[in-house]
Write a protein of this length. Structure first.
Length: 432
């Protein structure tokens, strides 16, 4: 189809950041790609610093606000229930996001470049509609829908089912603060003072890693059971410089990336990486892909195990905003089954008297408390985390107070974004 003739006037050039943001959002929409990976790909690295920042702000902003943007766009359409061409919808979201959330972008740039994006990305027939909707938006900003009037914009930007379960588990006030946290860049250092000896690591991840490192006073052998990309392995290696450390992951690609980073750091070069599926029992010879040397590295028992299980990631929506568009409530039970299998098999490798820290970046009880319940008994008990937490290195005084509120009824730790100044993590300490 030919693009309709543009009215005479200056040709419209799409700014590199808007073009890059559009392309990344298209890939996130059409594949399982992660925005964070795409934002660090060579195509974005090649942009100027200002364009990189704008690309990031546009991509993360649209993904964070997408549900609320769509709710504002629909009533402005001539036929609100009509299917929109994906490129037209994306152009509308980008334009609407800039008009609603970016003070410094002139409305004419947001509108005209969105129209041009639709026109040049396979939806020339929708260019007029994109123009009309965005112009209408600037004239008559959408009022909140009557049924949603009691909700904040941040709450509207979350899937209903997720918000409802947070309200049920944490109460309306905490759920509201949690939703607000998800809509902005997470704080750089809310719990810990920066430690230049450590790799770049967000505070929630560091909390889990420091807790794991402190869970055993002097481990000789440490197993990091779900290790890649390796941020927590690095903290373990630095806190226990004399321990033998084996870091396992089932993803060859993630493990290779981790290995190349670890090799250049003196503190982590000694970490042994092993490609294996930790959801399988150690007797299964197929659980180690790397061969005899890897099997030997994994053999025997470990004094300290970190089991940082793959999870839904609902504690990290500020950092990984697309999770909310992909996750379905029914996925939680599938996650929990895999987590329970990984934990069960990791525990078979725990030495008597050894400690295992199970962690996720999920806020959902099915992936946390319920998984721990499956592992208790038969010589495995849950230890209270309070004492370990009280002695973690680098925590500020306000962080100590805030983390007291993060202790669960069973004595484990759950940070809730908005209550603690970090992403949401769960960590439980088990002992054999
Ligand atoms: C939450 S991420 C780990 C993050 C890591 N601990 C860190 O701090 O950088 C979970 C990891 O578990 C890995 N994984 C998933 N299933 C696994 C399995 N069955 N066995 C081992 N690793 C697995 C994933 O590839 C992913 O790298």
């Amino acid at each position: 189809m030919h693009a309709p003739a543009r009215p005479l006037g200056r040709p419209i050039t799409i700014a590199p950041a808007r073009e890059a943001a559009f392309t990344i959002l298209q890939r996130v929409m059409n594949s399982a790609a992660h925005s964070d990976d795409l934002l660090h790909a060579p195509a974005v690295d090649a942009l100027s610093a200002a364009d990189r920042n704008l690309t990031t702000a546009l991509v993360l902003g649209v993904l964070r606000w997408q549900i609320a943007l769509d709710a504002a766009i629909r009533p402005l359409l001539q036929r609100p229930e009509a299917d929109l061409h994906p490129a037209a919808l994306l152009a509308l979201r980008l334009g609407m996001f800039q008009l609603r959330h970016m003070d410094r972008i002139p409305a004419h740039a947001a509108i005209s470049e969105s129209v041009e994006l639709a026109r040049t990305h396979d939806a020339p027939h929708a260019a007029g509609m994109v123009n009309a909707v965005l112009r209408r938006m600037t004239r008559e900003p959408a009022a909140p829908r009557a049924t949603l009037a009691a909700e904040t914009p941040a709450e509207i930007a979350h899937p209903r089912w997720l918000l409802q379960r947070w309200r049920k588990h944490f109460g309306g006030k905490v759920a509201r603060a949690l939703a607000a946290y998800d809509q902005a860049e997470p704080p750089a250092h809310g719990l810990f003072a920066e430690d230049t000896a450590l790799p770049t690591i967000d505070d929630g991840s560091r909390l889990v890693a420091e807790l794991a490192a402190a869970a055993h006073p002097a481990p000789q052998r440490i197993l990091d059971a779900c290790a890649a990309p390796g941020g927590k392995t690095a903290v373990l290696a630095i806190r226990h410089p004399n321990a033998d450390i084996v870091a396992v992951d089932v993803s060859e690609k993630r493990l290779a990336r981790m290995r190349s980073r670890m090799d250049v750091e003196p503190s982590t070069a000694r970490v042994r990486t092993v490609l294996a599926d930790m959801s399988l029992h150690p007797n299964r010879t197929s659980d180690v892909v790397g061969g005899e040397a890897d099997r030997e590295a994994l053999a025997g028992s470990f004094d300290l195990i970190l089991c940082d299980a793959p999870c839904s990631g609902t504690g990290t929506l500020a950092r990984n905003p697309e999770i909310r568009h992909r996750l379905q409530e029914r996925d939680l039970s599938r996650q929990a089954e895999r987590q329970a299998a990984i934990l069960r098999n990791a525990l078979t490798r725990l030495a008597p008297g050894g400690r295992l820290v199970y962690s996720t970046c999920s806020l959902e009880p099915e992936e946390n408390e319920a998984v721990i319940q499956t592992a208790l008994g038969s010589g495995i008990r849950l230890l209270p985390a309070a004492d370990v937490l009280a002695n973690l290195p680098g925590l500020s005084d306000t962080a100590h107070a805030s983390l007291q509120d993060a202790l669960t009824a069973e004595g484990s730790v759950r940070t809730v974004p908005g209550q603690q100044p970090c992403d949401g993590f769960y960590a439980a300490i088990l002992e054999r």
